[in-house]
Design a protein around this ligand. Structure first.
Ligand code: BES
Ligand code: MN
Ligand code: MN
Length: 456
């Protein structure tokens, strides 16, 4: 391992230059005009896999964006890791809030700024560079590894379940490794053992066939913006509890040990508020901030659109109003069941004065695992070697839908070892990745393969 770590240290600057090239590709999966960039990015990742010495590299087509595959299977008798990551990124708007262009990676104060730096290209690249160090220095890896990189994670992984179901044999492994989450805090590395699920909707209301003069018609015809606001207001009570009938029926209560463990984590509420410019925290009564985001389900309005939003004033009764609404789910809530209950509730809330259309968008199941398995312990030792400190165990509020598919379809446990930071602006302007965490992450990843190989 010494030689491998030396290689990583010696090549630190080159690794960074190469990461910049990956970050330069605007592989935004949500926007059709970036389809060519998505493909270019998939090809770039494939070429990089070849360069670092992976074998059987190919793009596997799906009805959507290609999956990039590569493997190294030369360690007969040793365990096999299935590494999962995504090469697609979120849109960059509002562009004017970026301090440097989102696809020209820029280094400031020990951070690399670019869309995808933390979520997830930087973290994918970290594993590629760890593999490279092993293969270039030793000519082999201590275990077998299969890489799959998907290009639709940020739009709901629509085709990934089918892909996994139809490639079960090729994807056979002992454990899944994913780096697509954050550390608990700067200097506090962590392993994530739970993710929330998601179900996402668009609601469209129409109150008239065209916009109307609000003087001539106001008071006589329902205003869909107002109706929508009233409907949304009935989705949660003032204590932050979701009012959809049956919403909490399957929710697994927090374990007392978890509550105690989380209460002793170095979480500073005041700093959290200050970091994100929040005047006062809000959430479900009876739960702490960590409990609210890691272990409790919630409902959020992700977007609202109606009427006149330009400068100045326009007296208009909008014809339509639209909301994007999503719910984060926890074990054992099922996205389909919750979706049905939500739809039924929305239909019940909608008055006869408007027509309502409820469109279900993507979603995913929640996931949780116990962390007393040998793979997690191995990851813990690797992280300690890379970061000089043993990891703590966290859950996360975000979602990676495929993690539960790996469990259900392939029967595989996942180890989620993320090196992002909570304030690295994923999905927001000025996304960044800490360079020391990236470098230590490459080292920890290199150790991870070694540690997993040892448990055989
Ligand atoms: N990397 C995130 C998931 C994540 C966020 C894990 C925070 C841990 C902490 C992922 O790229 C993501 O953004 N997922 C989406 C899923 C959705 C599009 C189905 C999410 O959570 O909104
Ligand atoms: Mn991600
Ligand atoms: Mn994301």
């Amino acid at each position: 391992m010494d030689k491998v770590i030396d290689f990583i240290n010696v090549n630190r600057e080159r690794y960074l230059e190469e990461l910049k090239a990956l970050l330069a590709i605007p592989s935004i999966s949500a926007l059709p005009e970036h389809a060519a960039d998505i493909r270019r990015c998939a090809e770039w990742c494939g070429a990089e896999m070849e360069r670092i010495g992976l074998q059987n590299v190919r793009l596997i087509e799906t009805p959507g964006n290609p999956v990039v595959y590569g493997d190294w299977l030369g360690a007969a008798g040793a365990p096999t890791i299935l590494f999962y990551g995504h090469y697609d990124v979120q849109p960059v708007d509002p562009l004017n809030l970026w301090e440097s262009p989102p696809f020209e990676a820029t280094i400031r104060d020990g951070e690399i700024y670019a869309r995808g730096s933390a979520d997830d290209k930087g973290q994918v690249f970290m594993h590629m560079k760890a593999v490279e160090a092993h293969l270039k220095e030793n000519g082999r890896l201590p275990l077998n590894i299969k890489f799959i990189l998907e290009g639709e994670e940020e739009v709901g992984s629509e085709h990934l379940d089918d892909f996994i179901n139809s490639h079960k044999t090729e994807l056979a492994a002992d454990v899944v490794v994913i780096s697509d989450s954050a550390m608990f805090a700067r200097g506090v590395p962590s392993i994530c053992y739970g993710l929330r699920g998601l179900v996402y909707f668009q609601i469209d209301l129409r109150g008239s066939s065209t916009d109307l003069h609000s003087g001539s018609f106001g008071g006589a015809v329902a205003n869909p913006a107002f109706v929508l606001a009233q409907m949304i207001a009935q989705m949660k009570d003032r204590g932050g509890r979701v009012k959809i009938p049956g919403f909490y029926d399957e929710v697994q209560p927090l374990q007392e040990e978890e509550r105690q463990a989380w209460a002793s984590l170095p979480f500073n509420e005041k700093k959290y508020r200050k970091d994100f410019g929040v005047p006062k925290l809000a959430g479900e009564t009876g739960f702490t901030t960590l409990e609210r985001t890691w272990a409790r389900p919630t409902l959020e309005v992700n977007g609202l659109l109606s009427g006149f939003t330009g400068e100045g004033a326009k007296t208009v009764l909008p014809a339509v109003a639209m909301a994007k609404i999503s719910m984060r789910l926890v074990p054992n809530q099922d996205p389909n069941t919750i979706a049905e209950r939500f739809e039924a509730y929305v239909k019940k809330l909608a008055p006869k004065t408007v027509t309502v259309q409820v469109t279900r968008m993507h979603g995913g199941k929640p996931w949780m695992t116990s962390f007393d398995n040998a793979f997690v312990q191995a990851a813990g030792r690797a992280i300690e070697k890379g970061f000089g400190r043993a990891p703590i165990f966290t859950r996360e509020g975000g979602s990676i839908p495929v993690v539960s598919t790996f469990q259900e379809v392939l029967g595989l446990p996942s180890v989620l070892f993320g090196v992002g930071l909570p304030d690295e602006n994923a999905h927001a302007p000025n996304e960044k990745l800490d360079l020391a965490n990236f470098h230590n992450g490459v080292i920890a990843s290199a150790y991870l393969y070694d540690e997993i190989a040892r448990i055989g």
